[in-house]
Design a protein around this ligand. Structure first.
Ligand code: AMP
Length: 278
């Protein structure tokens, strides 16, 4: 389960049997959002590998690597029940043996949104995802739209570096009140958990304004920020409307745009987004 050679062997056998192979990379602490990705993978592939790896290189020095939830037993149950055929849960030493020195980055997209607040984060993500793609060599890899910048960065990496894989992006799975499922939601206090639903309400308000014909991005963005600032105790890291592919600022909604926010509630940083226009 943990060794690179083992997962490679299992994938080779699946391919030799004519199966399509999908990879679903995760950091564990699996929830219904991950389960949807695994089910989506299973609809398109006969052999689904789920990787579970809390990747140290994508956490900043003051982030939550040490206390990130690790729930391997429950993860195995959920992943298997959702259709996983193989769980690849390597150790840090397996993926980063002594002498490891290479890094992959997409600086143009790293400068946007979460990039400046999380220096090195996307370099860590790109490097580990490229490693996982090279280890598993899947036909397709499945990611969640909740991490929109991650999706944009990985799409660009795959395109730029001619990585022979199809990326599939699945919609964000939400709680009944709209909060995007996240392994980090469990850090929220009861009070902050109930306030957190207002993040999605603010995003929905943007969708309604756009549906009503508003296309001036500066005004939509300032309305969004004003709504988010009414959440008691919330610190707004950013609330931006950007081009969905380049993540560059846009003035008018002519192409699909991403409405992306990052909010700190208590000590927990939450991200969410919706897509508009086009
Ligand atoms: P993580 O374990 O948080 O690194 O996430 C692993 C994968 O699950 C990433 O592709 C995420 O975008 C995706 N994911 C996380 N939360 C959700 C969600 N609420 N809905 C859909 N996909 C999600």
């Amino acid at each position: 389960m943990n060794a690179v050679a083992e997962v490679r062997g299992a994938v080779s056998a699946a391919k030799a049997a004519g199966k399509t192979v999908a990879l679903v990379p995760t950091m564990g602490a699996l929830h219904a959002g991950h389960a949807e990705l695994i089910r989506a993978a299973k609809r398109h592939a006969g052999f689904v590998v789920v990787s579970i790896f809390v990747n140290p290189t994508q956490f900043g020095p003051h982030e939550d690597f040490g206390k990130y939830p690790r729930t391997l037993e429950a993860d195995l149950t959920l992943a298997t029940a959702s259709g996983a055929d193989w769980i690849f849960a390597p150790t840090v030493a397996e993926l980063y043996p002594a002498g490891f020195a290479s890094q992959v980055e997409v600086p143009a997209l790293d400068r946007m949104l979460c990039g400046p607040r999380r220096p090195g984060h996307f370099r860590g993500v790109c490097t580990v995802v490229l490693k996982l793609l090279n280890i598993v060599q899947p036909h397709l890899a499945v990611f969640g739209a909740k991490d929109a910048q991650q999706c944009a960065v990985l799409k660009r990496m795959v395109r730029d570096l001619d990585v022979p894989v199809e990326l599939r992006i699945e919609p964000t799975v939400r709680e009944a009140d709209g909060l995007a499922l996240s392994s980090r939601n469990r850090y929220l206090s009861t009070a902050d958990r109930s306030l957190a639903s207002r993040i999605y309400q603010a995003l929905q308000t943007v969708l309604h304004r756009v549906a009503a014909g508003k296309i001036d991005v500066a005004r939509l963005q300032s309305g969004l920020l004003a709504d988010l600032l009414t959440i008691p105790g919330a610190q707004v890291d950013y609330a931006e409307i950007v081009d969905a592919e380049s993540l560059e600022p846009v003035n008018l909604l002519r192409r699909p745009a991403l409405v992306a926010v990052a909010i700190v509630l208590g000590t927990t940083r939450l991200i969410d987004n919706v897509t508009v226009g086009g």
